[in-house]
Ligand binder design. Structure first.
Ligand code: C2O
Ligand code: CU
Ligand code: CU
Length: 517
């Protein structure tokens, strides 16, 4: 991988064309073709849905303890009493992961080159019990700069994946994770400055699940009946290789729908309840999910963990990087029949969804009900205490406007600058951040690293019940103004916040905040 990044192109004023050293997509010979020009965007080879089985990535193997280059930073006990489930001297587990290229058969008969954690797409699923600390060595055997971010976690700054903390090809970096978050569905993915879009697209993403004692005591469906699902879209060349357009700064869309790295797979289920963890892991595509038999999806969690109460929903829209958990009960689905999880949202550009089309749903995943089961699991009426930000009342308000500028993307009129500090909150305080969509019909899912927030209001109105849980990503629809209440109570140091349309992020829609004492 060369050194010419999108930002360099922007600096050189070459953003509208020129050559790219990206390993896929459009190379050279496309001068002055703008990002919206799609004359040479291929249509993926034809595929038949429901042929491949749903893939369930295994946890990575634990390795013997090693001398790590990261060391655990003492958790601040200044702001809050120490959480007994989260001792500062908890046991440490070690992992050693290699980012490398691999060939995978995604389209029957064709091989696709992917970049995977340990060669897997999606990456191995980490499973953490709250309070058990992890050291993860990440070796970069790719010919590309990488950075790893654990999205959703409270992580010390040197391990959070700041976009310029690159792992050079051939090098490694150790990440220290405290796992002091309540039970939640995190995910880890690439975060290298300027090239997060292609890196994630090539396969660098996986689940990272945290359990805690309260959640385990609820008797929710667990083990084989607790299934993470990542939704991603991809586009393939005729030879099966992935197509990506590095000059599409609007947001790159695929024409194939993948769940856990397989195109429209099938999954055999029993007549019982399942817990599914949904992650929109797409670069720029929104989804609105529904079940083909119109059965409701029972939402039990947002990004930050369990909701106070389960919420029955007919359809669920998700922006990029959002996670939520649902229970689907197959008990009353007749044996040897199927239910399909569908996407009813139409989207034709990186701008955002065009609208719902209930008559032409896209099937994403087919559940084939093939066996009876005894189901002793539960979905209690009360899942968690009502969420609130403790213990500090908001000390101030900051305003951030997310807008388009010169074909790229700005926050408060400024492009991302890793050196600049855009906000300097104090440790042991909380703030209100007002996030405003700068207009033009664009949608921007905004993610803030390090701490979870609560949505205070959306356009002056109380958020919907399903948004009244801890979150780390909130979508700004056209014209939206969302106020979030955000604590700063875990670590000092510098973090980022950004749009999670990763093409917008790569094209500079990112800011920094430095938590100071
Ligand atoms: Cu999921 Cu800063 O990213
Ligand atoms: Cu994050
Ligand atoms: Cu955006």
């Amino acid at each position: 991988m060369g050194t010419l990044s999108r930002r360099d192109l922007l600096k050189l004023g070459l953003i509208a064309g020129g050559t790219s050293l990206f390993p896929m997509g459009r190379l050279a010979a496309a001068p002055f073709l703008d990002g919206g020009g799609d004359d040479d965007v291929p249509t993926s080879p034809r595929t038949t849905p429901f042929i491949q089985d749903l893939l369930l990535p295994s946890p990575p193997p634990q390795v013997a303890p090693f001398q790590s280059t990261c060391s655990f930073v003492e958790l601040s006990t200044q702001c809050e009493a120490l959480d007994p489930e989260c001792p500062t001297n908890g046991p440490v587990q070690y992992y050693d992961i290699e980012m490398r290229e691999n060939q995978v058969e995604l389209i029957p008969g064709l091989m696709t080159t992917i970049w995977g954690y340990d060669g897997f797409y999606p990456g191995p699923t980490f499973m953490a019990n709250k309070g058990t600390r992890f050291v993860v060595r990440q070796r970069n055997s790719l010919d590309q700069l990488t950075v790893i971010h654990l999205h959703g976690a409270h992580t010390q700054p040197d391990s959070d994946g700041f976009p310029t903390d690159f792992i050079q090809p051939g090098a490694f970096r150790d990440y220290c994770y405290i796992n002091c978050h309540q039970a939640a569905t995190h995910w880890y993915h690439d975060h290298a400055e300027d090239i997060t879009g292609p890196n994630v697209y090539m396969g660098l993403a996986g689940f990272y699940i945290v359990h805690d004692q309260h959640e385990l005591s609820l008797n929710l469906p667990s083990g084989d009946f607790d299934v993470p699902l990542v939704f991603q879209d991809r586009r393939f060349n005729a030879d099966g290789s992935l197509f990506y357009d590095p000059f599409d700064h609007d947001g790159f869309l695929g024409d194939k729908f993948l769940v856990n790295g397989r195109i429209q797979p099938r999954f055999e289920v029993s007549k019982r309840k399942y817990r599914f963890r949904f992650l929109n892991g797409s670069n720029a595509r929104y989804y609105e999910f529904k079940l083909s038999n119109n059965q409701p999806l029972i939402q039990i969690a947002t990004e930050g963990g369990l909701l106070p109460r389960p919420i029955s929903r007919q359809r669920i829209r998700m922006a990029m990087a959002e996670r939520l958990e649902v229970v689907i009960d197959f008990t009353n689905v007749p044996l040897n029949t199927s239910v399909t999880l569908q996407n009813v949202l139409v989207q034709t550009s990186g701008r955002g969804p065009d609208g719902v089309d209930l008559r032409n749903p896209t099937p994403l995943l087919r559940f084939d009900v093939t066996s009876n089961a005894v189901d002793t699991s539960d979905v209690p009426d009360v899942l968690a205490p009502d969420p609130h930000i403790t213990p500090f009342p908001p000390s101030r308000t900051r305003r951030f406007e997310f807008a388009r500028s010169h074909g790229a993307w700005v926050i408060n009129g400024r492009f991302f600058d890793a050196e600049r500090v855009d906000a300097d909150p104090r440790l042991c305080t909380s703030e209100i951040w007002e996030l405003k969509n700068g207009g033009g019909g664009w949608e921007h899912p905004i993610h803030i690293h390090h701490e979870d927030f609560l949505i205070l209001d959306r356009n002056g109105r109380t958020p919907q019940p399903f948004e009244r849980g801890f979150k780390d990503t909130v979508n700004l629809g056209p014209g939206d103004r969302v106020r979030v209440h955000l604590p700063f109570k875990t670590f000092l140091g510098k973090y980022v916040f950004h749009c999670h349309n990763v093409e917008h992020e790569d094209m500079r829609m990112m800011g920094t905040f430095n938590v100071r004492s």
